[in-house]
Design a protein around this ligand. Structure first.
Ligand SMILES: *[C@@H]1O[C@H](CO)[C@@H](O)[C@H](O)[C@H]1NC(C)=O
Ligand SMILES: *[C@@H]1O[C@H](CO)[C@@H](O)[C@H](O)[C@H]1NC(C)=O
Length: 184
């Protein structure tokens, strides 16, 4: 006998598979259940989801009431439109979520969990990936209205600079390697 939550996931999967009942998906389930059925915690999206779309390939678009911040171990910022591609245990091509770190905001590009679960969740911001405890994302949080477009750009520029200097360093080491080989 399957626990109820598994049954409702099964139901959802059947809904996803059958385009004939695709229009029922939004009526019969919430985006939070969609996350859960992909092995992801419901609290990844805050309260205040107005509507969402999800296609058969896993591409989704979520519309929130307003751009807002929610407090976790680090603060997260959500834009009005959040989009990405869902697969089991992972959201790729993410747009519309930023994480605060060292007083800067970094756009999150990918979120994933380990399968089987290790109790950790990873936020990939491009050059680095940060890990948080999965349990803090169990339930959707309240989200306070905030706009912060400029600050997000700051974090993005710093990441690009770090990324450039890292690849610069790598090139330097490679050059050194070449040099050593030439000398030998
Ligand atoms: C969802 O909400 C957004 C923002 O209000 C609106 O532009 C969009 O048309 C809505 N989409 C659906 C499918 O209802
Ligand atoms: C969010 O999505 C809606 C519906 O697709 C669109 O009309 C609106 O311009 C988008 N808003 C932003 C800030 O991108």
């Amino acid at each position: 006998m399957l626990p109820f939550s598994h049954l409702s996931c099964l139901f959802l999967v059947l809904c996803c598979l059958s385009s004939a009942v695709q229009s029922n998906l939004e009526l019969s389930s919430s985006i939070y259940e969609v996350l859960k059925c992909h092995g992801l915690p419901m609290g990844l999206l805050p309260k205040g989801v107005k509507n969402f779309t999800l296609d058969n390939s896993g591409k989704f678009e979520v519309h929130l009431d307003q751009a807002c911040n929610a407090k976790f171990e680090n603060e997260l910022h959500y834009e009005t439109n959040v989009s990405g591609t869902l697969s089991y245990g992972q959201i790729g091509e993410l747009a519309g979520i930023s994480a605060q770190d060292l007083f800067l905001w970094f756009p999150v590009k990918e979120i994933r969990v380990d399968i089987p679960s290790t109790g950790l969740i990873y936020f990939d911001v491009g050059v680095v990936s940060k890990q948080f405890s999965l349990s803090s994302f169990e339930t959707p949080r309240d989200c306070t209205a905030v706009q912060l477009t400029d600050q997000i750009q700051d974090g993005k520029h710093i990441l690009e600079a770090v990324s450039k200097s890292l690849s610069g360093k790598l090139r330097y080491q490679l050059d050194q390697g070449e040099f050593v080989r030439t000398v030998l």
